[in-house]
Write a protein that binds this ligand. Sequence first.
Ligand code: CDP
Length: 230
Amino acid sequence: MKKPLTIAIDGYASSGKSTLAKDLAAKLGYIFIDSGAMYRAIALFAMEQDLVHEGQPKTTELIERLSTIDLAFQRHPETNSLTLTLNGEDISQKIRSKAVSALVSSIALIAEVRTKLVELQRAIGEKGGVVMDGRDIGTVVFPKAEIKIFVTANLSVRASRRQKELVSKELSTGLEEVQQNLEHRDLIDTTRENSPLKQAEGALLLDTTNHTRESQLEAVMKFIENHSTC
Ligand code: CDP
């Protein structure tokens, strides 16, 4: 039997990373880990614990409280999907709120937060057979991943996809507001000093603007098959 691969997917906000990662994991029988959900969980914790002041995290206090945060992925017995829990509570819905999206990239700037989450991500993925998506997976978390993909798409297409997703989750938001949040996060994520979002060496560049869910999966499966026969 072939050794299970580690597949690292990075890219811009709402570029289709998680959809692709989920589809790949289902096709290959791997686990899917949404690393962004973990950063969102820390943002939610900061909001709920009054560790936010004027839209920014109270960094020193948050760092002091990091050791009290227990994050875990639990497998749902019926759907077989993974849900994220924060100190035992299922927070999968709460982390998609507008307020969390507005705060999360400032939380992701904090070195101590990144260190804690990267450690957890490596522990989850150490045996391979994992598809993980985020901003620094191919560059920092799994620099030796066999398969790396960098996902991009036109900004207005990304905004309208995200808006549709939010409406379907009854978290309706205006298109312009969604687009501004994506732009704001992309700017912080690409310009930060610590683990900025960038294309990893050897990563397949995938522009999903004109792809369907099926065609993007097909393109990436071809890339993986070519890699496996090399
Ligand atoms: O799904 P979406 O593209 O909106 O973003 P996400 O994957 O939920 O990530 C939310 C935010 O977490 C990003 O905008 C980054 O600021 C941060 N993040 C990060 O810094 N590193 C990661 N590996 C994943 C997310």
